[in-house]
Design a protein around this ligand. Structure first.
Ligand SMILES: [Zn+2]
Length: 429
């Protein structure tokens, strides 16, 4: 095809460093965008026509759009700017459709300003209320129809209480409820979230270790004893699989991880994994079960785990080095608003967990993949998002410095100057 026959691009950015995060980590000078997708990453100026918007990067860096694999966006919008772990704050109640809409749109602003172009909203469903209700999913669908979503949204449905109980009967009833129609590139509902247990500081993680009061936690799913609860969890997972859904299981204690792992399959993931063991990581790798974990939660909660379960257990919790070495599909995520949604702060915390505050370009690239290509893989969308390659969606952010050239601990001072989702500028700093 000759240059004259190419339909001009809608947007061309050039004159910078584009970290494509393709399979070999190619760096190019610019990108051409047409119809919301990447048209070219080479000779991009040849795609400039009279109506093309052209942006000179002036040496700045482009990254694939950040994909936060575990972000309670509606709750974040309702609480913003106050995280849960922090000074006490009265939460704005989310009751009406207007409230839901306002919270989602506010989260959209927050995400766009941070370079976040995709996120997973982990847990919306008929058993919950407020920021986690099934009506929130309906509001997402309405905003999608109106073209007002600024980030792509993956929803895991929840058929029980967030951080609480669920029953097999309720789960089965929930599975039968309908999902709103939407373009899955913008609003996808590929699976379900199940709460296997709570968290160590609340003494609700299910573990072989002993809390100070002599207890060990338990599975949250209904049942008279451990065996019945484990059987109910297994039945929930297999009925989700039978319905063609992926499963994300909130599991922090190594016993609940074990109980879930037994039944999870490729495409599923564990959420948090605080007390995951090396043997479990090996099994996750061989079964292609992923993990999403939150570095800021790890650094903030480690002292609380020490109080609940002792220093030895706390020292071995969140073994990020082992997790990286295990070769599992790993996503880093925020769990905002529990803590900040700022991925730069989470990457700095990951550096702390690894004892590598300085980091190396290779390590930073690896960690950024946990927020881009790996997150797309968790979404089942690695074929069309996550990296900047021709044919994939044009989701990216422009930073004032190349994060691969900055110490991990200094990443929070790298500014997000521009965010583009589906070829549309959704934030300009
Ligand atoms: Zn969460």
């Amino acid at each position: 095809m000759t240059a004259q026959r190419i339909r001009p691009a809608d947007l061309v950015v050039h004159g910078g460093r584009v970290q494509t995060f393709d399979a070999v980590g190619t760096v190019v000078d610019g990108l051409a965008v047409r119809d919301g997708r990447i048209a070219a990453v080479e000779d991009v100026t040849g795609h400039i026509g009279p109506d093309t918007e052209v942006l000179d990067l002036a040496g700045r860096t482009v990254l694939p759009g950040i994909n936060d694999a575990h972000l309670h966006a509606t709750w974040l919008g309702a609480r913003w700017p106050h995280p849960l772990l922090g000074a006490p704050h009265e939460e704005t109640p989310v009751v009406t459709a207007e409230d839901r809409r306002a919270a989602i749109l506010r989260a959209g602003d927050v995400c766009a300003a941070l370079g976040i172009t995709s996120y997973t909203e982990p847990g919306l469903g008929p058993g919950e209320t407020g920021c986690f209700s099934a009506e929130v999913l309906d509001e997402y669908a309405a905003l999608h129809r109106e073209g007002r979503l600024r980030a792509r949204v993956t929803v895991l449905r929840l058929f029980g209480l967030l951080d609480g109980a669920s029953s097999l009967a309720g789960f089965t009833r929930g599975l039968a409820t309908p999902v709103p129609d939407a373009d899955p590139e913008w609003l996808a509902v590929p699976g379900v979230k199940i709460f296997a247990d709570g968290i160590p500081p609340m003494r609700t993680a299910w573990t072989h270790h002993c809390y100070a009061d002599g207890t060990h936690g338990a599975l949250l799913v209904d049942g008279p004893g451990d065996d019945e609860r484990a059987a109910a969890l297994a039945a929930m997972i297999s009925s989700a699989h039978d319905a063609g859904l992926v499963v994300g299981v909130h599991a922090t204690g190594e016993r609940s991880i074990e109980a879930a792992l037994e039944h999870l399959r490729a495409g599923d993931h564990i959420v948090h994994g605080d007390l995951v063991t090396p043997a479990q990581l090996r099994r996750m790798a061989s079964r292609r079960v992923g993990l999403t974990t939150q570095p800021v939660i790890a650094t903030a909660m480690r002292p609380m785990v020490a109080t609940a379960l002792g220093d030895d257990v706390a020292a071995k919790a969140w073994p990020l080095r082992d997790i990286l070495d295990a070769g599992i599909q790993l996503t880093l995520s925020s769990d905002a608003p529990v803590v900040t949604p700022d991925w730069r702060v989470h990457l700095a915390a990951a550096g702390e967990l690894l004892g590598a505050r300085g980091g190396t370009p290779e390590l930073t690239a690896r960690l950024l993949r946990c927020y881009t290509t790996e997150a797309a893989a968790q979404d089942g969308s690695a074929g069309w998002k996550g990296s900047l390659e021709p044919g994939k969606v044009a989701d990216f952010c422009v930073l004032d410095d190349d994060p691969l050239g900055v110490a991990l601990g200094d990443l929070p001072s790298v500014a997000v100057e521009l965010t583009v989702t589906g070829g549309r500028i959704v934030h300009k700093g």
